[in-house]
Design a protein around this ligand. Structure first.
Ligand code: FE2
Length: 239
């Protein structure tokens, strides 16, 4: 499945900054695995969560520089860029107030994750407010927010102000047809991403890619893994 030029909007490939890679070697193994299944641009999105993942901007910048140096010699075809997975907590609120949310490549789009289960009340109003300020919210693994995926009307409202990015592993599940698959077949999901935490996630990620291709064809793969992620990175919400 190599050489497809996929763009990964969600991964934990930086060493020692969250619950993803633990060492530079592990980072490079993970990036090699993503390369094997077709990714050529990977956005590292370390968790930003008050108390749990307190890595500073400087620590993250250092980890990014270390991995980029390793890639230059071991995997020069891979491009690594930086985002963050912002947890919907008090840090997030503070950063919304002063518009200092860490965005992809310091631009306009930012990744956000919610507490699993219930989506916060008035979520779409808050996201809409950020959209009017020129930002693009990107919602990580919407399939995990049960209240949201059960409420078609609300889901559509959210999808009009935020890009929905499902996890590939959720698409690749062996049994049943979970909410991630419904989000993709209904056309509501804008993109799919690896959310890789360890190199061993490669198999489930590959299964998710294979499921998209088999179920919806290679054009869908290009739309969800190449075209739409590229539009999202420049702050555009794909239709
Ligand atoms: Fe994540």
């Amino acid at each position: 499945m190599g050489g497809k030029g996929f763009v990964d909007l969600h991964s934990h490939v930086l060493p020692g900054v969250d619950d993803g890679a633990r060492s530079l070697d592990e980072s490079l193994l993970m990036l090699r695995a993503l390369h094997d299944v077709g990714f050529r641009v990977v956005c590292a999105t370390p968790h930003q969560k008050a108390d749990t993942f307190p890595a500073t901007t400087e620590q993250i910048a250092q980890a990014l520089a270390d991995v980029r140096r390793g890639l230059a010699t071991e995997l020069p075809a891979m491009e690594l860029s930086l985002g963050a997975e912002n947890y919907f907590d008090e840090w997030f609120y503070d950063r919304v107030q002063d518009l200092s949310l860490p965005c992809y490549d310091g631009r306009k789009a930012f990744l956000v994750e919610l507490t699993p289960g219930a989506a916060p009340p008035r979520l779409e109003d808050l996201l809409f407010g950020l959209r009017t300020k020129g930002l693009l919210p990107v919602l990580a693994h919407p399939e995990r927010y049960r209240d949201l995926v059960r409420d078609e009307e609300r889901l559509q409202r959210v999808a009009r102000v935020a890009a929905l990015v499902v996890d590939l592993a959720a698409l690749g599940e062996l049994f049943g047809s979970g909410p991630a698959r419904q989000l993709v077949t209904s056309g509501l999901a804008h993109a799919a991403a690896s959310d890789m935490h360890a190199a061993s996630d490669k198999r489930s990620i590959a299964r998710g890619l294979a499921w998209i291709e088999k179920k919806l064809g290679s054009a869908a793969l290009v739309r969800l893994l190449v075209e739409n992620p590229r539009r999202i990175l420049v702050g555009e919400l794909p239709d």
